[in-house]
Structure formats: structure tokens, C-alpha cells
Design a protein around this ligand. Structure first.
Ligand SMILES: Nc1nc2c(ncn2[C@@H]2O[C@H](COP(=O)(O)OP(=O)(O)OP(=O)(O)O)[C@@H](O)[C@H]2O)c(=O)[nH]1
Ligand SMILES: [Mg+2]
Length: 366
């Protein structure tokens, strides 16, 4: 899973990236527009993995991972003005979801390029850039499709494509992002390859001042932004990137105390990663033994035989049965042997839909 961090300049993207990756990429109170993207791999926090690791004491413990790409800021007007943002746009199209960091913190030491802090305006400004970039692709493609139609090349295919692209263009011209239009299965397939930015699953991160965490202001801002992004393809999160980055630099026990003081149950980093899983419809199943305790990421609704394939193609090919138990049942039983006696460890066939947090052991034969 690859997540791209995007936003207008100076909103706190790199600060959030550092918080997520416990990294030390350079942050600056001025726009680092020409900078390289920062790339980092983050372990997906999973208390079930930690707990199992404590029980089995395996040689190796492997968490699921998410890759984050922190892209340089996209200044307002850059797409329409034809600035050199092709690299940005290309990379933003390669990810599985976008995290849009929106500046909501006040700090006179960090000037806002537009002269004032206005999160709702900034949300719209970035959306406009993304929409314009999608529109440019559509217009270019439509020219080709229309030329092909004139020549009568593959008429049926091109007519279908033109119909979908026309609908997309109309939406964008009305400043409606593509995630808001309903695409049928076939239509969705036809344009999937373009990787339109306004079709990407989106998490809006409101980077609020540390004194505003848990405030009425945070709640009402969240509600306002959420109202602007209805639908299944987006989520809104509030956090303080600065606090998260500072917390990431503390030893774990101190970070826990710090979170308690701030009234936070989960670090924003955990919340954000869990939000990504939820948004992208991913879950984790677990394998546990003396060699390794490990979390594996699969799409929700994956049948056992395909889940087996994420571990190794041989296990998928030679699949016989999945021996499976929920995490809670395993903890209640205390061991696989006791769970078998209690009847909570079950044998399931290849069509069984694997659920989040299940501990699975595949029986196979190759
Ligand atoms: N007060 C405060 N300052 C912050 C916060 N988040 C980031 N900053 C500061 O804002 C400035 C910009 O932060 P960056 O993380 O570099 O922002 P960016 O979005 O990566 O900027 P570009 O890459 O240039 O677009 C830095 O001086 C940060 O220290 C925050 O939550 N509160
Ligand atoms: Mg940055």
C-alpha cells in the first residue's frame, strides 16, 4: 500500500511524514517546491501482532507495512500556469490513496503563501489543481479519440470511451471532482488506467494548532470539511503534525504519558494508518508460530485460497484447508491445542472469507 502526501506548500506535509516515519526529513518555514519527494516505510501498528509475539516469542516478528511518499507542495495556480509539476502529478497518480495535508495552524513564523490561514479555501485550491490536471488528461485523450472516430477506427470502443470521458469532462468543468460521479463497473474499468487524481481515495488531514486539539474549533472545522467531501472515497482526520513529530522522537513510555496528558487514545499516526486501511478496504490476517509472527494485508472479502497466495503462490496452488481462529478466541484459549479442544479453532475451505485479525494456518500440498 502506497500513500502519497500532498497539499499546498508549507502545510506541514514533511512534518507529518517525519511523524509517520520517525524520520528527519528537512522541514522549513518556506515553500520547498523544488525539493525531492521523501519516501519512507512505516510499520502498521497492530497490538495483536505484539501480543502474539509476546506469547510465541518467535525468531522474527513482522508487521504489515505502508509506504509513504511526501511530495513537494503544489502551489495554487501551478497546473493552470503550466509550471513544472509533471513529476508531482506523475507520482501522485502512482499511489493507492492521497493524504491531503491542510494547514489549519496559526503561526506567524510560518507565513502562508496566500497571506492568511483559511483551511476551507486551501482545500478548494488544491482540489482545483487536481481537477485541472485530470481535465488536461481528458482533453488530450478526447482529441485522440475524436480523431480516431473521424477515421472510423474501432468505432464502438472509441464511442464508449468518448461517452465516459465526456461525462468526466462535464463534471470537472462544473468543478465537481470525479469521485463524486457515479461510474458503472464497465465505465470505471475504461478510465482506471488514467489514474485520475480526483478519483483517488482521499484522506484530508487538518493540521491544527496544538492548542486547538480536541477543541470546538477542531470539531466544527472537521464537520465543515467532511460536509464538502461526502461519499465513501474520503475521510477527514484532525491532528497536530508538530505534536506528532515531537511525540515520535520520544521513547515509547514517555510518548504514552504525553498522549494521556493530551487526552489522545491512539496516536494520530495510528489513526491515520487505520483510516487508510479502512478507506482502501484492506484488512490484516495473522500467522503465528515459533519461527515468525506476522501480519499480512489483503483486501476485505478475500477468500482463503487467495489469502494463502499472499504468503506464497505454492500455498495457493496446493491449498487444502485453512485452519483459523479469531484473535480473541485464541487469547481466551491460550494455545492452539486448547483452542482445538474448545472447538474455536476451525477448518475452513478455499472459499471461506478471511476476516480481520484472524490467525490462519494453511494446510497445503505441492
Ligand atoms: N506551529 C506549527 N508549525 C508547524 C506545524 N506543522 C508544520 N509546522 C511548521 O510549518 C513549516 C512547514 O512545515 P513543512 O512540514 O516543511 O511543510 P510542507 O508542507 O512539507 O512544506 P513544502 O514541502 O514546502 O510544501 C515548518 O516550519 C514547520 O515546522 C504545526 O502543526 N504547528
Ligand atoms: Mg515538505
Amino acid at each position: 500500500m502506497i500513500i502519497g502526501i500532498v497539499g499546498l506548500p508549507n502545510g506541514g506535509k514533511t512534518t507529518l511524514f517525519n511523524a509517520l516515519t520517525k524520520g528527519e526529513a528537512e522541514t522549513a518555514p518556506y515553500a520547498q517546491t523544488g525539493a525531492e519527494a521523501n519516501i519512507g516505510i512505516v510499520k502498521v501498528p497492530d497490538s495483536r501482532v505484539d501480543r502474539l509475539s509476546g506469547i510465541f516469542r518467535p525468531k522474527k516478528t513482522t508487521h504489515a507495512v505502508v509506504e509513504f511518499i511526501d511530495l513537494p507542495g503544489l502551489p495554487r495556480g501551478s497546473v493552470s500556469e503550466g509550471a513544472k509539476v509533471t513529476d508531482f502529478l506523475k507520482r501522485a497518480r502512482e499511489v493507492d490513496a492521497l493524504v491531503h495535508v491542510v494547514r489549519a495552524f496559526e503561526d506567524t513564523a510560518v507565513p502562508h503563501p496566500a497571506g492568511s490561514v483559511d483551511p476551507l479555501r486551501d482545500v478548494e485550491d488544491l482540489e482545483v489543481e487536481l481537477m485541472l490536471s485530470d481535465l488536461a488528461i481528458i482533453e488530450k485523450r478526447l482529441e485522440r479519440v475524436e480523431a480516431a472516430l473521424k477515421k472510423g477506427v474501432e468505432r464502438e470502443k472509441h464511442e464508449k470511451e468518448k461517452a465516459v470521458l465526456d461525462r468526466c469532462r462535464e463534471a470537472l468543468e462544473e468543478e465537481k471532482p470525479l469521485r463524486e460521479i457515479v461510474l458503472e463497473g464497465e465505465e470505471e474499468k475504461q478510465i482506471r488506467g488514467y489514474r485520475f487524481l480526483t478519483l483517488q481515495p482521499l484522506i484530508l488531514v487538518l493540521n491544527i494548532g496544538e492548542n486547538d486539539l480536541n477543541s470546538q474549533k477542531a470539531a466544527s472545522l472537521t464537520a465543515e470539511v467532511a460536509a464538502r467531501f461526502p461519499g465513501e472515497k474520503s475521510r477527514v482526520e484532525v491532528l497536530s503534525a508538530k505534536i506528532e513529530m515531537e511525540m515520535g522522537q520520544l521513547p515509547p513510555e514517555e510518548a504514552a504519558l504525553f498522549m494521556e496528558d493530551l487526552g489522545l487514545e491512539e496516536s494520530a499516526m495510528e489513526r491515520l494508518i487505520h483510516s487508510c486501511y479502512d478507506l482502501l478496504g484492506r484488512i490484516s490476517f495473522l500467522t503465528a508460530g515459533e519461527d515468525e509472527v506476522r501480519a499480512w494485508t489483503i483486501p476485505r472479502g478475500t477468500p482463503a485460497v487467495r489469502a494463502a497466495g499472499t504468503i506464497h503462490s505454492d500455498i495457493e496452488r496446493g491449498f487444502i484447508k485453512a485452519e483459523t481462529i479469531s484473535f480473541d478466541d485464541f487469547i481466551a484459549a491460550g494455545s492452539f491445542a486448547k483452542a482445538r479442544e474448545a472447538g474455536t479453532l476451525r477448518l475452513e475451505g478455499k472459499d471461506y472469507i478471511v476476516r480481520d485479525g484472524e490467525i490462519v494456518h494453511f494446510k497445503f500440498n505441492v
